[in-house]
Design a protein around this ligand. Sequence first.
Ligand code: PRP
Ligand code: MN
Ligand code: MG
Length: 183
Amino acid sequence: GPADNGDIESVLLSETEIGAKLDEMAARIDADYEGKDLLLVGVLKGAIMVMADLSRRITHRDVEMDWMAVSSYGSGTKSSGVVRILKDLDADLSGRHVLVVEDIIDSGLTLSWLVSNLRSRGPASVEVASLLRKPTAAKVEVDVRYVGFDIPNEFVVGYGLDYAEKFRTLPYVGTLAPHVYSS
Ligand code: PRP
Ligand code: MN
Ligand code: MG
């Protein structure tokens, strides 16, 4: 559309579709965490939109928010599974019910490392909510309790997801036109 300069090939998930899915996810989270405290852990930066829109749909009131920034390092552009903490949580996890909030699970390596790291801190529970999941995630053992959409293995941007730090602010999830990454 005109707002994206032709860089978006197609809209995969509209703002309305995303909102409806977050309604369902929040309802399940409300039911599952009834009577428990809940700590939402957003993974910067991609998860910011999901965190903002999912957390506001959770009606359960005993909820806190915290953030982590992690970085995979290795030679390639793909996640190596070896992860470095750039910003750690402020919260102490002992005895807490932790729900990791992600935008997308691609190889699953980031999440797999993160979940075992968080589990080592003595929480009462660690679960994961991700708006998107790619088929490649099946190769790694990560149990994701709340998945919004299983999507094809295409490069997607928007709604927090970037290509070279661009496109995060789009309100929808779209596929990137090939001219953007081939130039
Ligand atoms: C992206 C995405 C997930 C992760 C998924 O983050 O937001 O956090 O990659 O990839 P994986 O399943 O293959 O590990 P990225 O490292 O690009 O950082 P960002 O959130 O700041 O964009
Ligand atoms: Mn991310
Ligand atoms: Mg990224």
